[in-house]
Design a protein around this ligand. Structure first.
Ligand SMILES: Cc1ncc(C[n+]2csc(CCOP(=O)(O)OP(=O)(O)O)c2C)c(N)n1
Length: 654
């Protein structure tokens, strides 16, 4: 795309094709790196987005593009994809950065629809080695593809995912696979990396000085005529043979044992070193792992030792016109309400333990972790292990709470099935970011959890209308003798003084929060407040009075109440922030059909069968036909079709 010249970023503006960097010398690349960094800081602090990860890989990205041919020949797969901003700048998208993560704007993650340089659309971590290996395996043994490299760049956090280890195990067994794994080790996930692997990498990092010496020798040898680069491989082997005097951890022995040629650790901000390493892979016809050490967020507030604070920037921009915001927000966030209640439960009951998978910040658990480090366990980016661990703890008599985003819990599905549901282990899942999530977009929308959990026997599924009810549901789940899952959305709920009264309830009990007999809305979770607002608008516009039910449970349903509404209402709507297939409305429909109730009077209002891109939540709901204006039109039209307008009647609960 054409970009307006901007004198502050002359080198960035002068970039044409990504391949242009091949013509630049290393001093030129260093100057370009400084500009890219300044550009990202200015741009991302304005729009919001992932700041630290991209800043950490500026030199790495330039060196990769300088040494490989990613468009036609080689393939590049970024793990998670949140570090792809320098990649996007290099590949012609610099001009779109003012629209980053906004509706119809530039995605914050790789997306092949944006550019052929983006190999896959990602946002979840731990999969890059497998995907890259897929390309390498497809090319393997084909003479026309010899020399093509499939490159995966994976962070030390994402390397903790079981999937990454499965890929190393499999990939290392092929001696002739042209797979290059670049381990981008910054000792950080979102917060500092945890676990034994992290400790191992820390020890390996301490040996970067050895490699600096090695490079000095390499430089000298490269200057010898007719020997050149080819000896680097030999030299690296020689270096490895120094096992007697070099500590084992400095040699990447884990990766070597898994069948990868280990190269590193090298300084990931040193363009010369990076280019040497990547160039060396060109004549290696085998799996290689290059260990690079970077600083997350480099160039931005370098004096702050803990880079957690700028993993993501929230941005100053609040864009977006059109879609009406939902009412009754502005109260405490669901995340904060969850964390407060979890703290109270941990304080009160020694059997309560909270487990999170590298998401202490996102799930609001930082304080709890500081106060009770033994009772708030961060397992690292390892959702599968976290869930199976919770199951084991539950079977051993503890009351574990698994705090994992709806979207990331997908990674642990089989553990949910076998270790939790099949054993009827009383694990409480607290699924933050249930529903569309805004600027992270399709990879992060938590819109499938009702479907993937509802089909499993033994589970109780619930969703609170507000933060007060979230606390009630957590208390209920803490005494259940089966697995439970509580989904709640990103962002704030209704303000405490605007919340409906909270009365005690049992599993499977819904509540009617407004009465009327011109129709009924069965709403799930915070959609209850949207339903009440719809009711108000309809009342004003046409005098119709709807009943509104806070369903509370998607499993088990409050069958008595739902059957009563289906029997007495001309039309019953279900409303949820989840896909139609398998969701709450689908549960109501199944119930109606199974009990020979009139399903023709049911209309399901839910997300459509397509992925919803990044934007504000209100824009995403608007695109799905679920913003208040469209809901009003849809419900009005349906009601008008089933019965004439009745005179206004006074109803209770309005
Ligand atoms: C399966 C999965 N779990 C959790 C996340 C949330 N998440 C996004 S980035 C990140 C940290 C990644 O750390 P690392 O791979 O080391 O990359 P860095 O950000 O340090 O560059 C986490 C936990 C995710 N994207 N995918």
């Amino acid at each position: 795309m054409h970009t307006e010249p901007d004198s502050r970023y002359p080198l960035v503006d002068a970039l044409g094709a990504a391949e242009d960097v091949k013509d630049m010398d290393n001093d030129g690349l260093r100057a370009l790196a400084a500009e890219i960094r300044a550009f990202i800081i200015e741009s991302v602090t304005a729009t919001g987005g992932h700041l630290g990860a991209g800043l950490g890989v500026v030199e790495l990205t330039l060196a990769l593009f300088a040494e490989y041919q990613f468009n036609q020949h080689d393939k590049l797969v970024w793990d998670v994809g949140h570090q792809c901003y320098p990649h996007k700048i290099l590949t012609g998208r610099r001009g779109q950065f003012p629209t980053l993560r906004q509706w119809r704007g530039l995605s914050g993650f790789p997306d092949p629809q944006e550019s052929p340089y983006d190999t896959v659309k990602t946002g979840h971590g731990g999969t890059s080695i497998s995907t890259a290996m897929g390309f390498a395996l497809a090319w393997r043994g084909r003479s026309e593809d010899a020399g093509r490299k499939a490159v995966a760049v994976i962070g030390d956090g994402s390397l903790q995912e079981g999937n990454a280890f499965e890929a190393l195990n499999h990939g290392g067994a092929y001696k002739d696979l042209e797979l290059v794994v670049v381990l981008n080790d910054n000792n950080m996930s979102i917060s500092p990396s945890v676990g034994a692997l992290s400790a191992y990498l820390s020890r390996a990092r301490s040996s970067t000085w050895l490699n600096a010496r090695l490079r000095t020798i390499q430089g000298a040898i490269r200057r010898i005529p007719r020997i050149g680069d080819e000896v680097e491989d030999v030299l690296q082997r020689w270096y490895h043979s120094l096992q007697g005097i070099i500590p084992q951890h400095a040699l990447g022995i884990i990766f070597e044992e898994l069948g990868f040629f280990y190269y590193g650790p090298i300084d990931g901000h040193d363009i010369d070193a990076l280019r040497h390493a990547f160039r060396a892979t060109h004549w290696m016809r085998r799996p290689v792992l290059i260990h690079v050490v970077t600083r997350k967020g480099r160039g931005y507030q370098d004096d702050i030792p803990d880079t957690t604070c700028y993993h993501a920037a929230s941005g100053k921009l609040v864009a977006g016109a059109g879609a009406a915001e939902y009412p009754e927000q502005g109260g405490p966030s669901f995340t904060a309400a969850f964390a407060d209640r979890a703290m109270a439960m941990v304080e009160r009951d020694p059997r309560t333990l909270v487990i999170t998978a590298a998401m202490l910040e996102g799930t609001g658990l930082v304080k709890l972790h500081q106060r009770f480090p033994e009772r708030c366990i961060d397992v690292g980016m390892a959702e599968q292990h976290g869930v199976a661990l919770a199951a084991g703890l539950a079977l051993a008599g503890f009351r574990p709470i698994c705090a994992i985003y709806s979207t990331f819990l997908q990674r642990a599905y089989d553990q949910i099935f076998q270790e939790v549901a099949l054993q009827r282990a009383p694990v409480m899942f607290c699924l933050d970011r249930g529903g569309v999530v805004g600027s992270d977009g399709a990879t992060h929308n938590g819109v499938f959890d009702i479907a993937y959990l509802r089909c499993l026997p033994n589970f109780v599924l619930m969703s609170p209308r507000d933060t007060g009810e979230l606390a009630q549901m957590m208390e209920l789940a803490a005494t259940a003798d089966c697995p439970t899952a509580i989904r709640f959305p990103r962002g704030s709920g209704a303000k405490p003084d605007a919340q409906l009264a909270h009365v005690p309830f049992a599993i499977g009990e819904a509540e009617r929060v407004a009465d009327g007999d011109d129709g009924c809305i069965l709403a799930y979770g915070p959609m209850v407040y949207a339903a009440l607002e719809l009711r108000r608008r309809l009342r004003t516009a046409s005098g119709r009075a709807l009943s509104v039910v806070n369903a509370r449970f998607a499993k088990p349903l409050d069958e008595r109440l739902i059957a009563a509404e289906l029997a007495r209402q001309p039309m019953v709507f279900t409303l949820e922030d989840h896909v139609l297939a398998g969701g709450f409305g689908a549960a109501v429909l199944e119930f109606a059909r199974a009990n020979r109730l009139d399903a023709n009077r049911l209309e399901l209002l839910a997300l459509p069968d397509r992925f919803i891109d990044h934007g504000q939540r209100s824009e995403q709901l608007g695109a799905a036909g679920l913003d208040l204006d469209q809901l009003f039109e849809r419900v009005s039209a349906r009601l008008a079709a089933v019965q004439p307008v009745k005179p206004v009647r006074l109803v209770t609960g309005s």
